[in-house]
Ligand binder design. Structure first.
Ligand code: A5P
Length: 246
């Protein structure tokens, strides 16, 4: 497969065009030669990987290496010829570009729609700067408004953790694959999607869930202070930037 893609001329699918535009803009604006990068997962972050490959091909970027946040991103980077590295080699990264399922007005996030949120959180915590790329359907007034909260659990703890989540008011569904098999993360664990509705205090909820031994990763990214690049799915405006309040 040749290196490809990254432009936004998909008139037939405005949301796809917006995802491409946001992902490519992140690479254009924040990736510089010599950087060590976090490479996020999902249908928006992959367009940053495509753009990085284009810039490498064009000789506009050199000496880049990325840590992938999922097997899918690792495979894509290998196909496109984007050099990879590990956190063993580089425990600190310059910039991490990733997607999100929801972005709150405080720039807190729900992630994990693809089940990669544990590795995504590790890579985000290792990075000096988190850049989140989304189309504008991801902006919500409160986390939980449109998406269930992905909760990766230890297989033997699935039932008690489900009951704990339900005791907090969530409707819980075990994630399945498109062919109705059990979805397992890259670590081999199931995910419970916990629908809370709008979450009044995401930080407090995260603390409660993090106390549970059987819960391995909660898709709440609180206080990461990302730069958020938002592309409009109606094509009305270019990519706009949301920055954390100083
Ligand atoms: C992967 O598990 C997720 O955290 C993704 O980053 C998130 O779901 C956004 O994905 P899309 O860009 O495909 O919506």
């Amino acid at each position: 497969m040749s290196r490809s893609g990254g432009t936004a001329d998909d008139p037939g699918d405005p949301q796809l065009a917006a995802k491409k535009e946001a992902g490519a803009a992140a690479a254009d604006r924040f990736v510089r030669s010599g950087m060590r990068l976090g490479l996020g997962s999902g249908s928006t972050a992959i367009w940053a990987v495509h753009r990085i490959a284009e810039l490498l091909d064009a000789g506009k970027l050199t000496d880049i290496a990325g840590v992938p946040t999922s097997p899918a991103t690792e495979e894509l980077a290998n196909q496109l010829g984007v050099p990879l590295t590990t956190l063993d080699e580089y425990p600190r990264l310059d910039v991490d570009i990733d997607g999100a399922d929801e972005v709150s007005p405080d720039l807190d996030l729900i992630k994990g729609g693809g089940g990669a949120h544990l590795r995504e959180m590790v890579v985000a915590q290792a990075s000096d700067h988190l850049v989140i790329v989304v189309d504008d359907t991801k902006l919500v007034p409160a986390l939980g408004a449109t998406h269930a909260l992905p909760v990766e659990v230890l297989p033997m703890a699935e039932r008690p953790e489900r009951e704990f989540l339900e005791s907090l008011g969530a409707s819980v569904v075990k994630r399945t694959t498109p062919d109705r098999g059990v979805f397992l993360t890259a670590q081999g664990n199931p995910i419970l999607d916990a629908a809370f509705g709008p979450i009044a205090n995401p930080a407090a909820l995260k603390l409660r869930l993090d106390e549970r031994a059987g819960i391995l990763a909660v898709g709440l990214f609180i206080g990461y202070r990302p730069t958020v690049l938002v592309a409009s799915a109606d094509g009305a405006q270019r990519v706009r930037t949301l920055s954390p309040a100083s």
